[in-house]
Design a protein around this ligand. Structure first.
Ligand code: GLN
Length: 446
């Protein structure tokens, strides 16, 4: 479809709706009729390939629809293809994809972010109206920021994970990306809600509420603003804050003292959960399988050949952190930190309505710049990971451009269940500003 490598599969079997889907479509409100939606390739669509960006699933065809896909189909959306991602959503640049990186439509020498980089690039280049992503530590918000689009990481449990290839089940959530917050909202409204196939979902019905900016209490989390952040990003985010202050919002400095521990805690819990979730890829149940003499050889060879370096690194880290003698020192400690962060968010939202911070510490970086330095890559999540540990909703929206013409995103975070608040604030900002209306040069992506 383009040079961007944003899509892994476009030449797909046409979707034939099940009789129940057709009935529901006929009965339904068709809220997504005419909308072209791209799907991150870690979300199952019946009869379409599902690779999760990994060689180990190359050639695998999903036998069923994820719950979000069933809901999108029943609302009349047109699904147009599966987008590129970091392998099993581990990464911040799409460079760990077994199928090569996606490129940033604003500058083809730079990454689109990750792990939902293909989705963000597809939206930015105008190849679809909306794209689904998944966010475990920032994988929707960071690529949205890098590609100049709006991306929502919903409240944990408000959207079903059934049919999402699991990374860390306690943080994973499916969300949408589009240029306009309004389109993100339409898709979120259609796909959220309790699901009998995912016991972590709760009864949630999205309602826009008409949030008022006059009197809104905005907290600026000290621990995030004090990080080393590109000055142009800081300035553009301050302008977002000023926009609300000019319209009657009140700002205050707030503190979430455990936030500096969020990233280290995440990089213990995530590998622990991921190593358990990835155990199912054994060369028997899924596609890729190496011919060997014994069963044990089959397991080891399939996994050695099928998984890339980042995935192997995390399986090693995770099994180590969970092993006898290390469990208390690493995993249990990290879970304690997570609980503390969750609690500090609950407390801060008794004082303020929303938190605002930049989405990323840096502008979109060059392809190849960070891929050989995992710690540098992990730091891409510094500003976004807290919302995942706390399970709260967060939106990244375009707030400007660098002098070099690269997009800048800022993040609005609210308490659990207040997805409507972050969406409303993004819509209010976008109704009066133009950042989300700027497009990359078509020559960059044709
Ligand atoms: N950078 C994070 C990681 O590699 C992103 C994960 C995610 O949100 N899917 O784990």
């Amino acid at each position: 479809m383009s040079e961007l490598n944003a899509f892994l599969h476009t030449d797909l079997k046409p979707i034939s709706p099940s009789p129940l889907d057709s009935l529901e479509l006929a009965r339904g409100n068709r809220s997504l009729e005419g909308m072209k939606v791209a799907i991150k390739d870690n979300i199952a669509v019946a009869d379409w390939p599902l690779t999760a960006g990994s060689k180990i699933l190359d050639g695998y065809i999903s036998p069923y629809d994820a719950t979000v896909i069933t809901k999108l189909k029943r609302a009349g959306a047109t699904l147009i293809g599966k987008t590129n991602l970091d392998e099993f959503a581990m990464g911040s640049s799409t460079e760990t994809s077994a199928f090569g990186p996606a490129l940033n439509p604003w500058d083809n020498t730079r990454v689109p972010g990750g792990s939902s980089g293909g989705s963000a690039a597809a939206v930015a280049a105008g190849l679809c109206d909306v794209a689904l992503g998944s966010d475990t530590a920032g994988s929707i918000r960071q690529p949205a920021a890098f590609c100049g689009v709006t991306g929502l990481k919903p409240t944990y449990g408000s959207v079903s994970r059934y049919g999402l290839v699991a990374l860390a089940s306690s943080f994973d959530v499916i969300g949408a990306m589009a240029y306009k917050a309004e389109d993100v909202e339409r898709v979120f409204a259609a796909m959220s809600g309790q699901d009998e196939f995912d016991q972590t979902t709760f009864s949630y019905k999205y309602k826009p509420e008409g949030v008022k900016v006059d009197g809104l209490k905005i907290g600026l989390p000290r621990e995030l603003w004090e990080l080393e952040i590109d000055p142009e990003i800081k300035k553009a985010t301050q302008e977002l804050v000023k926009f609300f202050v000019d319209r009657g919002a009140k700002i205050s400095d707030v503190s979430l003292p455990s936030l500096p521990l969020a990233l280290p805690a995440y990089y213990v819990i995530l590998p622990a959960e991921a190593s358990a979730n990835l155990a199912r890829f054994d060369g028997i149940r899924y596609k890729h399988s190496e011919p060997t003499e014994t069963l044990l050889e089959r397991y080891t060879k399939t996994r050695s050949v099928g998984f890339g370096a980042e995935v192997k690194r995390r399986i090693l880290l995770g099994t180590f952190a969970l092993s006898v003698g290390h469990y208390d020192a690493y995993y249990q400690q990290a879970v304690n930190v997570q609980r503390k962060i969750e609690q500090e968010h609950q407390e801060v939202f008794e004082k303020v309505d929303v938190l605002i911070s930049p989405t990323t510490p840096s502008l979109p970086f060059k392809i190849g710049e960070k891929i050989d330095d995992p710690i540098e890559m992990y730091k891409s999540d510094l500003l976004t990971v807290g919302a995942n540990l706390a399970g709260v909703p967060a939106i990244s929206l375009p707030v400007g451009f660098s002098k070099s013409g690269l997009p800048i995103g800022a993040q609005i975070i609210a308490k659990r269940g207040s997805d409507n608040v972050v969406l409303d604030l993004a819509k209010i900002f976008q109704a009066e500003t133009e950042h989300h209306n700027r497009r990359p040069e078509p020559s960059n992506h044709q």
